[in-house]
Design a protein around this ligand. Structure first.
Ligand SMILES: Cc1cc2nc3c(=O)[nH]c(=O)nc-3n(C[C@H](O)[C@H](O)[C@H](O)COP(=O)(O)OP(=O)(O)OC[C@H]3O[C@@H](n4cnc5c(N)ncnc54)[C@H](O)[C@@H]3O)c2cc1C
Length: 819
């Protein structure tokens, strides 16, 4: 016989397997209730409540059999009382398994559970005697959704560490409840969380708290294990720290347990100046290291289960967003919230329908662009999707496509991701808070197996203030984030400050609103592209050499009397045998800018504002320009906060911290090239998406490319924003993975295939000419121009074909194909 002692397995009353002592084992055999294996599975002994996240079992040897231990839940009794003395009891193996309840047996996890300290032959435990401190076996629950699951704890009990042992099984059900509804936070005598009877806790009051230390205490109606909370503030004048009792869990990561006994912690503030700061206090449920987020293989699931899997989104819990003030944005002249955000989070950058045309042939780019063979859409929801779709057409395309792909079901709008964290055993937690100020919604903690981030670089306004703005007595506004009211610019002289890509778009919009004259004032005159050239690079299988691009540019630049080769951004040799363009803004694509230059409606002034007086701009070079409007088109800057949010310390290729499950996508901000494949972000995004998903599907392939990937840290730009010189080696290193490279080639090819299908040369040129003439007609109709002759549209179909031939010739020459 293996075991000759009485093993007592004890919990508190909240998991009553039975009252008193129950014999579970006799003469080498378990009683049926605790038997393992087939046929025993119906024996569910108890139900664990939803508010318990941690369950501890205390194991000891009973002083004598049949003792009336109040919380005794199960015992293992040896057969012969005489043999009790002197024998040992060992647990040589412990296994925990989880099974979904019938109604939820859909292949999706309801519960994960694990033993905090695994027990196996290598680290078996001897059960201590009754007088000693009991051995504790701790089960951690990790509920993934509300519901019910069955848990089985299987102990192999033996009389020695090397004994064969006998299996004893305890089976119970676990009610799963996600969220933090069992947690309460007390601040002094008041409840700080959750809100009671709709009354906002004082800590969330916009007036704020003024105490130097905020003392909080945390309780749970059940038992919960938490990670140490974190506290942060974005305001530089405030330092916030947290003090509290934490201990190392079994996996050495700090955590603490919350039950009905209050856990106290303090938020300490150190203010360097007066002001109102916003504090975010974050709580996170602790999970066992080994509870790795599994990847379900979609191929194994039927459609219903697959849909559910996508919907489940690995959500584990909710917490209240301790973020209030910071969502309100800055107020005051020229500052404020990004406007016109629709409920579904899609916003438009510019003015009303019909007045905003994207710079490239937009009809090519749409949600299904990346799918080889997907037709080019001509319309969405019975409305045409034109060559240069308007703002509302683009929104219709995005919304219609999102609906067609069921994306609305899987998308959470109007939430801000506050923090992405690596989970100790693999996987990630993504913490969100609601964006809307006026809604008292919960934030969420979402668990994910991979996090693909597209935070963009259009984050914050680049602020610039000039002396005398208050004396200007005109309209001053920033161009970005839909802030300009263009109606206020009608028949006015406008200073458009800055010469980036968005400046070009503002020229058009201002002219559509009948601006009298636009002075583009800039430190450097950046080059911008034109529609025909954008078309040419878009439809080409090979990048168009800079020399050919410059020939095209010059034809248009002649209209405004500017030698494009003389631009500061152009590098070449005496023979102009190459053209390398290097500028810190992408090409705006425009024809109207040149038309406006021809008519004198637009003038580029390379100078800077020194100061403003009443309706007058004084420049550093001593010029005085009359103007009633100043539009600051100085662009946006990427946010260093994104690095913090993503936890990105080093960008390896385009992967945060070299983790292939953490890619971050961001379009380039500069032009740095001597051959041009596209003036649009679309094609490179398509390639990036292909690359990202490849390594999520085949993570081990990442090791083929890792060593070649360039690395960068935050510097002038945040870590997550790659430069062109960083992106190039990133992309070329993908060739180390041949199957991926083949797939990327298919993605890349969509650019010229779809551009040609969507926009045949003759039709495209016709549209360009029609638009050109349309603006001439508008200028005349609105009496904005004098009687100088209409300029001819500068490009013909024959010229486009010649340039294509020229480009092919150059590449053939380089490849030595011309003998
Ligand atoms: C006026 C203008 C005209 C343009 N015209 C063209 C054009 O014609 N063709 C072209 O190819 N490109 C054009 N571009 C560039 C193009 O808009 C960008 O390349 C593209 O928007 C980048 O997409 P993105 O998703 O990476 O970033 P974004 O469009 O900036 O999107 C990032 C999104 O992430 C959200 N976000 C950021 N942080 C968080 C967080 N913590 N939690 C939750 N959400 C967050 C932001 O709110 C935003 O919605 C234009 C840009 C501008 C400004």
């Amino acid at each position: 016989m293996d075991v000759t002692k009485l093993l007592v397995v004890k919990t508190d009353e909240s998991l009553p397997f039975s009252s008193g002592t129950t014999a579970v084992f006799e003469s080498g055999q378990s009683f049926s209730m605790f038997q393992c294996g087939p046929g025993a599975s119906d024996q569910v002994l108890a139900e664990e409540a939803g508010n318990v996240q941690v369950r501890s079992f205390m194991l000891s040897i009973a002083a004598e059999s049949g003792t009336g231990l109040g919380a005794l839940v199960g015992s293992l009794v040896g057969g012969d009382d005489d043999e009790l003395a002197g024998a040992e009891v060992w647990i040589v193996e412990a296994k925990l398994s989880v099974e979904a309840a019938g109604a939820q047996a859909d292949g999706l996890p309801t519960l994960h559970a694990g033993l905090e300290k695994p027990i196996s032959r290598d680290n078996s435990i001897q059960v201590p005697s009754a007088e000693a401190i009991p051995e504790t076996l701790t089960v951690l629950y990790d509920c993934w959704r509300d519901g019910l699951a069955f848990v089985e704890l299987r102990l192999k009990v033996a009389s020695s560490a090397s004994g064969n042992g006998t299996d004893v099984c305890f089976r119970w059900s676990k009610v799963c409840k996600t969220g933090f509804s069992d947690i309460a936070i007390q601040h002094d005598d008041e409840v700080a969380f959750p809100a009671t009877d709709g009354v906002e806790p004082r800590l969330m009051d916009p007036e704020g708290v003024i105490e130097p230390v905020t003392k909080l205490s945390l309780t749970s109606s059940g038992i919960m294990r938490m990670r140490p909370p974190t506290v942060s503030s974005q305001q530089k004048f405030l330092t916030v720290e947290l003090r509290g009792p934490y201990f190392g869990g079994a996996d050495d990561s700090p955590s603490f347990e919350v039950d009905s006994n209050p856990v106290e912690f303090s938020v300490l503030y150190t203010c360097e100046s007066d002001g109102l700061a916003d504090i975010i206090l974050t709580f996170e449920q602790a999970m066992r290291r080994a509870l790795r987020i599994p990847f379900e293989d979609p191929a194994e699931l039927d459609q219903e289960a697959f849909d559910e899997l996508v919907k489940a989104e690995y959500r584990v819990g909710q917490f209240d967003a301790w973020a209030d003030q910071r969502r309100k944005g800055k107020k005051g002249k020229g500052k404020g919230k990004r406007g016109k955000v629709a409920d579904d989070g899609l916003y438009a950058e510019q003015g009303p329908e019909g007045l905003c045309l994207p710079r490239e042939a937009g009809g090519t780019y749409h949600v299904d662009y990346i799918i080889p063979g997907a037709p080019i859409p001509q319309e969405f929801e019975d409305a045409p999707y034109k060559t240069w779709p308007s703002r509302d057409e683009l929104l219709r395309m995005f919304r219609g496509s999102a609906k067609a792909h069921n994306l609305y079901d899987y998308t959470r709008f109007n939430v801000s991701v506050e923090k992405v964290r690596d989970l100790p055993g693999g996987g990630y937690s993504v913490q969100t808070v609601p964006m809307k100020e006026d809604e008292d919604e919960d934030g969420e903690l979402v668990l994910a197996g991979a996090v693909v981030a597209w935070p963009g670089n259009l984050c914050d306004l680049r602020y610039i203030e000039f002396p005398g703005e208050d004396d200007f007595d005109g309209y001053i506004e920033y161009a970005s984030f839909s802030k300009v009211d263009y109606d206020l610019c009608s028949r006015k002289e406008v200073i458009l400050y800055g010469h980036g890509a968005f400046t070009i778009e503002n020229v058009r919009t201002l002219l559509e609103h009948k601006a009298k004259k636009i002075y583009i004032m800039c430190r450097k005159r950046n080059l911008c592209g034109m529609k025909a050239c954008s078309w040419l690079v878009g439809q080409s299988e090979v990048p168009i050499p800079g020399t050919v691009v410059m020939e095209m540019f010059q034809k248009m630049y002649d209209l405004v009397g500017f030698d494009a080769w003389s631009a500061f951004s152009v590098k070449t040799d005496a023979k102009r045998s190459f053209c390398h363009i290097s500028q810190k803004t992408v090409f705006g694509v425009t024809d109207v800018y040149f038309l406006a230059g021809y008519y004198g409606l637009m003038e580029v002034v390379v100078d800077e504002i020194k100061r403003l007086t009443h309706h007058c701009v004084h420049t550093k070079k001593g010029r005085k320009i009359e103007a009633q409007v100043l539009v600051k088109a100085v662009g946006t800057v990427p946010s260093f906060q994104m690095d913090k949010m993503l936890g990105c310390k080093e960008l390896v290729g385009v992967w945060c911290n070299g983790d292939c499950l953490r890619p971050v996508g961001c379009n380039g901000m500069f032009v740095e090239a001597r051959n041009f494949g596209s003036f649009s972000s679309g094609p490179s995004f398509a390639t990036m998406v292909t690359m990202f998903t490849w390594f999520i599907d085949y993570p081990s392939d990442f090791e083929m490319v890792r060593a070649l990937l360039p690395k960068k840290k935050a510097g002038e730009q945040p870590c997550y924003v790659p430069s062109a010189t960083h992106l190039l080696p990133t992309m070329t290193s993908m060739a180390m993975c041949p199957m991926l490279q083949a797939t990327l080639n298919v993605s890349d090819a969509q650019k010229h295939i779809k551009q040609r299908l969507a926009h045949p040369a003759s039709k495209f040129l016709e549209e360009c000419k029609a638009e050109w003439q349309g603006y001439i007609n508008q200028f005349k109709r609105d009496e904005m121009v004098d009687d100088r002759p209409d300029p001819e549209y500068p490009y013909t179909e024959k010229e486009l074909k010649d340039w294509i031939d020229r480009s092919n010739y150059e590449w053939m020459k380089k490849a030595g194909m011309l003998g």
